[in-house]
Design a protein around this ligand. Structure first.
Ligand code: ZN
Length: 323
């Protein structure tokens, strides 16, 4: 049994309209600033190399997802539109937050492909815990709608693939500071998936009230007040973790966003690295009890680069502990 990290260098070419050879790990020039920026990938990879134990974990390049698989949850015409080439130097905006550049179609396929292959690896017994360090993120993408920096529902696709490969029940746990509206929409009527998502409220996109419970009482929303710190954040999660304990899922999939961090510029929660480590450790304990230790964790948000790096180190250290 082994731990694994999926990543791909080409994920850094999404969201930078400079020619590919100029789009390195440096921030885009002034005048083009987007929080979901290419250097996030380097910050995450640095965080995954911050200790000898993490640096020793096996890495694999993510492979592109099969577009046909994306169409099992997303509309066919929508997937085709997202994968249409973008000319180098062009920027294709969908809304005020979400845009494609020349590198975007491949990066989006790699991010989805990494999450799906992670589910395959844990379900076929080749791995126990997998972290997918890829961008763009996915938890805001709905059936036919790109939004919030997201194109394809990476974690929903991973959960669905696990069910296909024999899992009876999958828990999807999203601790990104924003509502996982896309994951919720894609899995809303799937009785075999429990979706739990915590979000600062009020905050964009505005959804995620406790009344949103899924078609089969299979969605748990945890609205969190601005200013909440690690201890209260974890306390808010505990009833949902108890529900996961009762569910006894065959796999736990994490939407690992780190924008609930106190230093994050997009929200006002006050979670720190220890908070992410503590919540992750509780999730891992549930996986050890019920899920043959299987956890797939997929990167979502986190926009203060030093805090993102440190948070990834804390999360991954707890994730890969005690297989
Ligand atoms: Zn977020």
């Amino acid at each position: 049994m082994t731990n694994l990290i999926f990543a791909h260098d080409d994920c850094r070419y999404h969201g930078d309209k400079r020619p590919r050879e100029a789009a390195d790990d440096t921030p885009p020039p002034a005048g083009y600033t987007h929080p979901e920026q290419p250097p996030r990938l380097r910050a995450v990879l640095d965080g995954l190399n911050a200790s000898p134990a993490l640096a020793a974990i096996e890495r694999k390049d993510a492979a592109e997802a099969d577009p046909a698989r994306l169409k099992t949850l997303h509309g066919s015409a929508y997937v085709d539109a997202m994968l249409r080439p973008v000319a180098e130097g062009e920027i294709d905006w969908f809304d005020a937050d979400t845009a494609r550049t020349a590198g975007s179609p491949r990066a989006a396929l790699l991010a989805a492909g990494g999450a799906i292959e992670a589910a395959e690896r844990v379900m076929n017994g080749a791995a126990n815990r997998v972290f997918v360090a890829a961008r763009p993120p996915g938890h805001h993408a709905e059936t036919n709608k790109a939004m919030g920096f997201c194109f394809f529902g990476n974690v929903a696709l991973a959960a669905e693939r696990a069910l296909e490969l024999g899992a009876s029940r999958v828990a999807v746990l999203d601790f990104d500071v924003h509502h996982g509206n896309g994951t919720q929409a894609l899995l809303w009527d799937n009785p075999d998936c429990l979706v739990v998502t915590s979000q600062q409220m009020p905050l964009w996109p505005g959804t995620g009230t406790v009344e949103e419970r899924g078609a089969h009482d299979n969605v748990i929303n945890i609205p969190i007040d601005p200013g909440t710190g690690s201890a209260a954040f974890i306390e808010a999660w505990q009833p949902a973790l108890d529900r996961v304990d009762q569910l006894q899922p065959d796999l736990i999939v994490i939407s690992a966003g780190f924008d609930a961090h106190a230093d994050d510029p997009l929200a006002q929660l006050m979670v720190d690295e220890e908070g992410f480590a503590d919540l992750t450790a509780r999730i891992v304990t549930l996986a050890q009890a019920h899920s043959s230790s299987r956890v797939v964790s997929v990167l979502e948000g986190g926009y203060d680069l030093p805090a993102l790096s440190r948070s990834v180190t804390a999360h991954a250290t707890a994730l890969f502990e005690g297989v």
